[in-house]
Design a protein around this ligand. Sequence first.
Ligand code: SF4
Ligand code: SF4
Length: 275
Amino acid sequence: MGFFTDTSVCIGCKACEVACKEWNEVPSTGLDLLGQSFDNTGGLGADSWRHVAFVEQRVPVADEVATVDLGMPSVGMPEQPAGDGDTAVRWLMSSDVCKHCTHAACLDVCPTGSLFRTEFGTVVVQEDICNGCGYCVPACPYGVIERRETDGRAFKCTLCYDRLGDGLEPACAKACPTDSIQFGELDELRDRADRRLAAVRGEGATGARLYGRDPGDGVGGAGAFFLLLDEPEVYGLPPDPVVTTRDLPAMWKHAAAAAVSVAAGIALAFTRRRR
Ligand code: SF4
Ligand code: SF4
């Protein structure tokens, strides 16, 4: 099970951020005025398990993507900065979340088993087992998981593990008014994403792409993947994520080989001395 987030229909309402905090009792961090458009969360972290990014872009008029009629009450477009005739301003909004990686480095390095793979294929932290060592923090290639300053333990999206157990969809997907966040079986979501990508490109969004959809995407395929309208970097996502623990088996092999050589050398030295 996982998420498909179609950023082309995100309206930046932040219902997902609020629903996540409310359901999971994630502490408030207050209202931060960051000077980054309407983004007042800044990024994912221990107290922000969903983060809605607002990217303001000046693009050539020809590249401006047609708006999608969502059939919702409207008060019109917000005031736009004056263009120079050849360019227009567009807003990209995207609700980011833990990717629930198929090969999750956070889980590989956790020494207590606090991070585990659930029966739904998602990656969850058990807060009562986390010892706050923080190994998972640098292991995550997306900068998702973080230790909470007030108690030192690590927190991130659980894909609402408790709700899934009761047959409910995650709170963010339930609250999203435009179905930008869709929850379901990954194979079905991938088919839906392929069809949506073709439709969006057909409407003129030539820069549209899927991010994290394929098993070759660096982490074996993400359990939370995205339809983006521009390069991943524009949204603050790494273009080529890798499983940070991918070289560990080879490193252990080299270390073991080195240890065996040293032991053999010492044994040989002792044998010669006796003679
Ligand atoms: S995105 Fe980071 S925290 Fe989430 S499963 Fe992957 S490695 Fe772990
Ligand atoms: S609830 Fe849906 S539309 Fe609103 S910010 Fe989140 S993803 Fe975007």
